[in-house]
Design a protein around this ligand. Structure first.
Ligand SMILES: *[C@@H]1O[C@H](CO)[C@@H](O)[C@H](O)[C@H]1NC(C)=O
Length: 266
């Protein structure tokens, strides 16, 4: 027969278990999904992705799941969004940024990354690796991922892609790509648990104010992949965009004040 005290401690334990809101609750985690411009050491030697610097500005834990060479399509097809959907818990945040590998043409050769052109539910039939595959549009891939993530009670931030070096032609030139528009429309379709951050425009603005010499030095190998110092600047541009919009889902979790971060709100 169990002793009175062991029964009491069992009861106490049961009461504790009942009163705790979620047994496996852990601190809010931010997952990053993107390509080399966000990934660790993205884009070869001497370069880095901005996702490696973003954690310095946040009081939350950040898991960088960005991988070089990926597009909204290949990240989906490889099951990488599925993996994040499995990992997320309520109130976690998934930051998604694609575009650098989503363009191009499905014919004559499908590289496995190019999306079906279009902003909606269009589909393309293609041949990849000897298989006939149905390819979706960029917004469709992100809407599918975003809906699966928000169905678990987590939140989604979709941002516009980083600019290629806007000084490469000698004078400053930045025109947002169609992926900026697509990222916005994907957010609108996912609903109120998704938000858009114009990372591309904020980065371009900071690159403009820094000038050609400094920005050229951020791109040691090509016009897409930044040096570690450049990646830190690209991360700060994201933080500025976030703060200028009131912080959104990361409100209260950014270490920095709006005025302490370089750049201007737009
Ligand atoms: C925010 O503050 C932290 C800690 O001082 C710093 O490491 C980080 O670079 C800052 N972020 C921005 C965007 O200025």
């Amino acid at each position: 027969m169990p002793s009175i005290s062991s029964v009491l401690s069992l009861l106490g334990f049961a009461a504790l278990a009942l009163s705790s809101p979620a047994p496996n609750k852990r601190a809010v985690t931010v997952y990053l999904a993107g390509d080399s411009t966000m990934a660790k050491a993205g884009g070869g030697s001497g370069t880095d992705g901005w996702g490696n610097y973003f954690p310095y500005s946040l009081s939350l834990s950040v898991v960088n799941k960005a991988i070089g060479g990926r597009s909204a399509r290949s990240y989906t097809v490889e099951g990488r969004f599925d993996e994040i959907v499995k990992l997320v818990q309520a109130n976690d945040i998934v930051l998604i940024e694609f575009g650098h590998n989503d363009g191009g043409s499905l014919s004559p050769t499908d590289n496995g990354r190019t999306d079906c052109p279009g902003a909606g539910s269009e589909t393309c039939q293609s041949t990849y690796n000897g298989q006939t595959v149905t390819v979706l549009t960029y917004p469709a891939y992100l809407i599918n991922a975003g809906k699966a993530i928000t169905a678990k009670g987590a939140k989604v931030i979709i941002s516009s892609p980083t600019p290629n070096n806007p000084w490469e032609g000698g004078t400053f030139a930045y025109t947002p790509s169609r992926f900026t528009t697509y990222a916005k429309s994907a957010v609108a379709s996912i609903g109120s648990n998704a938000m858009f951050v114009d990372h591309g425009q904020y980065t371009a603005n900071i690159f403009q104010s820094l000038g050609k010499t400094k920005v050229d030095a951020f791109f040691p190998n090509d016009h897409t992949h930044t040096s570690p110092v450049g990646a830190n600047t690209v991360s700060k541009a994201f933080v500025k965009a976030l703060l200028c919009g009131g912080g959104g889902f990361l409100s209260g979790s950014v270490k920095n004040s709006t005025s302490s971060v370089e750049g201007a709100c737009i």
